[in-house]
Design a protein around this ligand. Sequence first.
Ligand SMILES: Nc1ncnc2c1ncn2[C@@H]1O[C@H](COP(=O)(O)OP(=O)(O)O)[C@@H](O)[C@H]1O
Ligand SMILES: [Mg+2]
Length: 261
Amino acid sequence: MSDKVVISMRGIETRFGEKVVHENVDLTVYEGEIFGLLGGSGSGKTTLMREMIMLLKPAAGKVNVLGYDLDNISREDAHILRTKWGVLFQFGALFTSLTVADNIAVWLREYTTISETMIRQIVHTKLEMVGLAPSVGNLYPAELSGGMIKRAGLARALVMDPKLLFLDEPTSGLDPVSAEAFDNLITELRHLLGLTIVMVTHDIDTIFNVVDRMAVLGDRHIVAEGSLKEILKNDHPFIRQFFGGNRAKVRIKAMEMESSS
Ligand SMILES: Nc1ncnc2c1ncn2[C@@H]1O[C@H](COP(=O)(O)OP(=O)(O)O)[C@@H](O)[C@H]1O
Ligand SMILES: [Mg+2]
């Protein structure tokens, strides 16, 4: 893994009215890694991600993304920065009135002057990249399965060839087989495209199979940041609780047996 910092958050505080969501949150995402944001429902994972992509300004603290200080960024730089990342929101539904191909092409039509012929070629490539047949481009979102919708959303997130990808609970709502297939796709694309990925997840399989390093949010703070091994050594009650379920226990046991054999 690279030691080049892609995202740094320091002393982040987030409030909605009286409610304090984050207090003194620090985290660092390095180039080329798949960084997991973990924590219970409502712990502020999505909110933290929104602060990384300029959809929300924290009440205090510093956010730096790809060398840009988001507090002091010019309009022009903000525009450039937005084209350098792709986002797949948890409920980032595709536009229902557009075909899959037109959904994928939205940013190209918005941000570039690329010809229609080129756009069709790029859409074709992106569909292939996420494992969808070219004919899927002609379908409407309502005609797709859950797994296909996620893949189409991923194709749209990758359309500008970003180096940085944000995924909010990408496998939630998928059956276990589709979820595993999506996890494998993410891992492949990371290598193929040299991506840095920030992924909000509480899927135990994803955490064990895909994530390199992670930060665990609990009680307004990051209670731990590190590799899975480091996190599992941590005795914080939030971590004990998070990895205390049966599915996690089975995976931990398997990991221990693997490393002792
Ligand atoms: N725009 C908002 N206005 C008021 N409260 C919000 C807003 N967005 C999020 N919250 C609150 O902040 C907390 C964290 O939300 P969120 O980041 O969505 O959690 P998570 O993604 O970890 O489930 C929740 O209590 C949520 O209700
Ligand atoms: Mg969320």
